[in-house]
Design a protein around this ligand. Structure first.
Ligand SMILES: Cc1cc2nc3c(=O)[nH]c(=O)nc-3n(C[C@H](O)[C@H](O)[C@H](O)COP(=O)(O)OP(=O)(O)OC[C@H]3O[C@@H](n4cnc5c(N)ncnc54)[C@H](O)[C@@H]3O)c2cc1C
Length: 351
């Protein structure tokens, strides 16, 4: 469902038209082709977070997410990689037309170790977990470590080289299947380190990027909510439809809350680009996760089985969204915000 939204730019409209021409991705290769098409058409050039256009950036992510969450996952990661490199003052970037992913998951038994060579040039060895789009992207920006435990560093890696092997095993996802977020093995692969140890995590932009994911969850929720709204608009056909209006009321509240927090967070980030946005971002993510949970529950209860079985777009979104929101930090995030409030940061409770 591609409706022109308030505040939509010409690029947004062009992006949605291009995606609509492809239709929903059937597999990881087609999701990657859609990212590639967006890149080739220069539709990946979003406002840098915290530069005055944060809300516009999030609107774009949300709109792509309303179309399809796997494509949004690849698009968000690619545009995040470009923003990170700008943030770190990397003047080289990726070659024109590259498609890249940010692979920063740190799983205890999957760590990539670098041996330093000349200047920023390194070789990478080890396994990286959760590498969305690995089989089809041209480049990755990924966290790596020195053998002595120093890190994480960020490394740019060209994926079409001998020392890189993308696993074909272990990915049995149904929701978010088209991201194919598999393990990647590195054996003396060449890479280039950007910045110093922990630069990636210490940037204020780390948190700005994290809030962009919440905008994707919001876009997915919006897609499901639109289905409920469409049905609630239809004549009742003899029966009561009060229960659908009640569900829509609850969905409206969830979306209104999440949207308000996203809007105010974007304004705050633009006003204080260098400030610590960690607690704010976690709030935004928790709120978007709660919103998605509520929308999933209310739309399912109000609409019954029909859209899950007859509306392909709804069914895919309802399968993808619960998986994508599992990228939330869950209780760990709640704990971090609770801790910051306990130690005095409760200014945002004030009216
Ligand atoms: C579809 C998909 C695509 C992805 N693509 C990428 C990608 O391209 N790049 C990338 O870097 N990462 C990616 N990830 C990985 C993701 O960001 C996480 O790193 C990954 O899901 C593992 O983190 P986790 O918190 O789920 O795991 P775990 O740390 O195993 O946690 C599992 C659950 O336990 C909870 N938990 C853990 N510790 C505590 C605690 N102390 N107290 C309370 N609760 C706790 C967590 O909140 C979580 O809900 C992807 C994930 C998904 C689902």
């Amino acid at each position: 469902m591609l409706t022109a939204a308030l505040g939509q730019t010409e690029s947004d409209a062009h992006r949605l038209q291009l995606l609509a021409r492809f239709g929903p991705p059937k597999d990881p290769a087609s999701a990657a082709r859609m990212l590639d098409a967006l890149v080739q058409a220069s539709l990946d050039d979003l406002a840098q977070p915290a530069s005055g256009g944060t809300l516009q950036r999030w609107r774009t992510l949300s709109e792509v997410a309303s179309f399809d969450l796997s494509v949004a996952k690849l698009f968000e990661s690619h545009t995040d990689a470009l923003a990170i490199l700008k943030d770190l003052g990397d003047c080289v970037g990726f070659p024109r037309g590259s498609t890249c992913g940010v692979w920063a998951a740190e799983v205890p038994d999957a760590r990539v170790i670098v041996s330093r060579g000349n200047g920023p040039h390194v070789t990478l060895t080890g396994r990286k977990a959760w590498c969305s789009g690995a089989a089809h992207l041209s480049h990755a920006l990924m966290t790596v470590w020195c053998a002595d435990g120093t890190g994480p560093f960020l490394a740019k890696v060209h994926l079409q080289q001998e020392g890189v092997r993308v696993s074909r095993e272990g990915w049995n996802a149904v929701g978010m299947a088209a991201t194919a977020s598999v393990d990647v093995y590195f054996a003396q692969a060449a890479g280039t380190v950007v910045g110093d140890a922990e630069d990636y995590l210490r940037r204020p932009g780390f948190w700005h990027g994290g809030a962009g994911i919440a905008a994707c969850w919001y876009g997915g929720s919006l897609r499901l909510a639109q289905s409920l709204r469409d049905v609630a608009r239809l004549p009742a056909g003899g029966g009561s439809k009060d229960f659908r209006h009640a569900a829509l009321g609850k969905v409206d509240l969830a979306l209104t809350h999440a949207a308000a927090l996203l809007r105010s967070a974007a304004a705050w980030i633009d006003a204080y680009p260098r400030a610590d946005a960690s607690a704010l971002t976690i709030r935004v993510r928790m709120s978007a996760e709660d919103c998605a949970t509520q929308v999933l529950q209310q739309t399912a209860r109000a609409l019954g089985a029909a859209p899950f079985c007859k509306d392909e777009g709804f069914a895919r979104m309802a399968a993808d969204l619960p998986v994508f929101i599992r990228q939330s930090g869950g209780e760990r995030d709640a704990c971090a915000v609770g801790e910051s409030v306990a130690t005095g940061d409760n200014r945002c409770w004030e009216l």
